[in-house]
Design a protein around this ligand. Structure first.
Ligand code: OAD
Length: 245
């Protein structure tokens, strides 16, 4: 399908649209995905780096890994897909971005209504008092300490932990009442992977943008086999022109 047709379809929803994004949308910004050939879970073991048990065992190791990822993310730039979603929101074509990503590229591209299902890597949370602190660069002292003296942890969702209730509730509500465009997720991690099903069950359309097929592909009304950065390049250019007029 030509990209112009994808854009026409997006416009035909008249703003009745939300985006669900995964690591693939940030791949074109140079941030590694989790699964697949060069995926993080191919090189690192999640049980050593991304569980509460791993953190209790070796907070320094976990923090070193998160500090490395923070630097990668802070040094990266939003790509045309992040930027197009931000302009779609500005133009009234998109209500919200629901993301599984812990990076801040949607916000840095200009998206305002971003729901982080798996937390944010630019935040840390005190394991004692619960205070949340925003970071503009990776912490220098590892593991970082709260002003109360407690140890800070990355404010992300680890394996075995529940998703933040408020964010998940908003995501379910939005996906039950809007068309959904799913960009760059392998759709194997739940409950995020079940969100498009809410749209489908309520008579809304599901569009997928991914270079590979996923478990969602069969139920999608349209599956565009394309990299996000490429698929949205043209849409971003058109919107940029329209918004600046
Ligand atoms: P995955 O790494 O599982 O999947 C990335 C998806 O992006 C794959 O389907 C790729 O085909 C696709 N992809 C790769 N390059 C792309 C590109 N340039 N444009 C578009 N798509 C591209 O990442 P997620 O689905 O986000 O959880 O993973 C879900 C969760 O698993 C993550 O949030 C993380 C991980 O464990 C937590 O940390 C809790």
């Amino acid at each position: 399908m030509p990209i112009e047709d994808l854009f026409r379809l997006i416009k035909s929803f008249s703003g009745n649209l939300v985006a669900l994004t995964g690591a693939g949308i940030s791949a074109d910004s140079g941030i590694p995905t989790f699964r697949g050939k060069d995926g993080l879970w191919n090189k690192y073991r999640p049980e050593e780096l991304a569980t509460p048990q791993a953190f209790a065992r070796n907070p320094e190791l976990v923090w070193e890994w998160y500090a490395w990822r923070m630097k990668l993310i802070f040094d990266a730039e939003p790509n045309p897909a992040h930027k197009a979603l931000a302009l779609m929101e500005k133009a009234g074509l998109l209500k919200a971005v629901i993301t599984q990503n812990v990076d801040n590229l949607h916000e840095r591209a200009g998206s305002r209504n971003v729901i982080h299902l798996h937390g944010r890597i630019d935040e840390m949370r005190c394991t004692e008092c619960g205070e949340i602190v925003r970071n503009e660069k990776p912490p220098e002292a590892i593991p970082p300490r709260c002003r109360c003296g407690g140890m800070m942890r990355p404010n992300v969702v680890w394996f075995g932990e529940a998703l933040p209730e408020r964010e998940l509730g908003r995501a379910v509500q939005l996906c039950s009442s809007n068309n959904v465009i799913v960009i760059g997720t392998s759709a194997v991690v739940y409950p995020a992977a079940s969100l498009p099903v809410y749209a489908k069950n309520n008579g809304y359309a599901v569009i997928e943008v991914n270079p590979d097929a996923t478990p969602l592909t069969e139920m999608a009304d349209l599956s565009l086999r394309e990299r996000a950065g490429r698929a949205f390049e043209k849409i971003y250019a058109i919107l940029k022109e329209e918004v600046s007029r």
